[in-house]
Design a protein around this ligand. Structure first.
Ligand SMILES: CC(C)(COP(=O)(O)OP(=O)(O)OC[C@H]1O[C@@H](n2cnc3c(N)ncnc32)[C@H](O)[C@@H]1OP(=O)(O)O)[C@@H](O)C(=O)NCCC(=O)NCCS
Length: 193
């Protein structure tokens, strides 16, 4: 069994950044999840289904995944005000192969496009490659989400493939883009110059 110190280093209370702070989720964050995941635009960008999650589904997702042990989820707070704006997480943490899947949702639309998502992703990558000693972080993103794709590219993710026409949205089919970043690429980008 992992010691308390090991658990703390894997799932820290706080990961501080410049614009934002990642904090461990608390039960009271459920209220914000209810709001975020009932927004049709958030559903459009994050879900295969057109419809937003029902309140029951959000509650199940929150308690089983976000607060559960098979996800490493962190809340995204604006550093200056401590306002809770979103969530980011690793799922499918695979110690044998050193890989994981990354997810992020900034649920407050007025917080989009301010650099918060890029910084949250950079902090999570640093956590993955240093504390968690992972080798590969992967993600999937819909072709019609250029803001997310750009944010991921800024953090060093590269496109490694596409599931062609995997999603039907707004009257047509779109690809699901698969991106990843490897340890050696991350180290190269973050080498002190
Ligand atoms: C995707 C998300 C995490 C990105 O975080 P963010 O804080 O909004 O993004 P950032 O401000 O860090 O970076 C966005 C970049 O995309 C660019 N961008 C925004 N809209 C764009 C567009 N339509 N086309 C191309 N680039 C665009 C911005 O200019 C910026 O790049 P720059 O710094 O080079 O100018 C956030 O918007 C979000 O959670 N959205 C809703 C849910 C979602 O889409 N989740 C991801 C599912 S895979």
């Amino acid at each position: 069994m992992a010691s308390a110190t090991e658990r703390e280093s894997w799932r820290p209370e706080v990961i501080p950044g410049r614009l934002i702070v990642l904090r461990r989720h608390r039960a009271e964050n459920l209220r914000a999840f209810m709001r975020w995941y009932s927004d049709p635009e958030v559903a459009r960008l994050t879900r295969y289904q057109q419809a937003p999650l029902s309140h029951d589904e959000v509650q199940r997702f929150f308690y089983s995944r976000i607060m559960g042990s098979d996800f490493l989820a962190m809340a995204i707070h604006v550093r200056d005000t401590d306002r809770l704006i979103g969530t980011c997480a690793f799922s499918q943490l695979d110690g044998d192969n050193g890989s994981t899947l990354y997810h992020i949702t900034i649920g407050e639309p007025d917080a989009w496009g301010k650099g918060y998502g890029t910084e949250a992703t950079e902090l999570m990558l640093a956590h993955a490659f240093t504390r968690l000693a992972l080798h590969r972080v992967a993600l999937t993103v819909f072709e019609f989400n250029p803001r997310a794709i750009r944010a991921y590219e800024k953090c060093g993710f590269v496109v490694e493939g596409r599931a062609r026409q995997a999603i039907f949205r707004d009257g047509r089919f779109w690809d699901e883009i698969h991106m990843s970043v490897l340890l050696e690429e991350w180290e190269e980008r973050n080498r002190p110059r």
